[in-house]
Design a protein around this ligand. Structure first.
Ligand code: CMP
Length: 139
């Protein structure tokens, strides 16, 4: 089934000028970037986006990191895009990520792990709506 998922290229990757390299892995995996913009996330946006993690000990650090530098938010489209992108990103902890995945290639630590991807189709819809209007998504 053709799906859409939400992606963020995180500050550790934008800082190192890796946007193009991450996008190459995404496109080589057969996913199409149907919306993309570079933004600086506000604290409110980051806290809302990561609300499910607000009781975790790393929440404050995570929010500070996500607003520390610009990020690139994206909508990716393709066959089973949610699961496919999670495969392409690799494990949350780059030390456990498989060869060829974005996190194995580029991520620095579990906190600064270069990319985010939605974990379900329902969350993809919620996350996309937090950053994009329908008119900004061109399939
Ligand atoms: P992400 O997929 O964006 O969703 C939640 C994020 O929390 C995750 O990627 C990591 O960047 C971050 N995270 C998860 N576990 C830890 C941890 N133990 N310490 C710091 N950050 C973490």
């Amino acid at each position: 089934m053709t799906e859409r998922t939400f992606s963020i290229i995180k500050p550790d990757a934008t800082r190192r000028n890796l946007t193009g390299k991450v996008n190459a892995v995404i496109e080589d995996a057969g996913l199409r970037i149907v919306a993309q913009k570079r933004i600086r996330m506000s604290r409110d946006q980051a806290e809302k986006f990561y609300e499910v993690h607000k009781e975790r000990p790393f929440f404050g650090e995570l929010v500070d990191f996500m607003i520390s530098e610009p990020v690139v938010v994206q909508v990716l489209e393709g066959e089973n895009a949610v699961a496919r992108y999670r495969e392409v990103m690799g494990a949350t902890n780059p030390a456990q990520a498989a060869d060829g995945t974005i996190r194995k290639l580029y991520a620095e630590s579990v906190g600064e792990n270069s990319v985010h991807g939605s974990d379900s189709l329902d969350n993809a819809e919620i996350e996309i709506a937090q950053f994009f209007t329908d008119a900004e998504i061109v399939g």
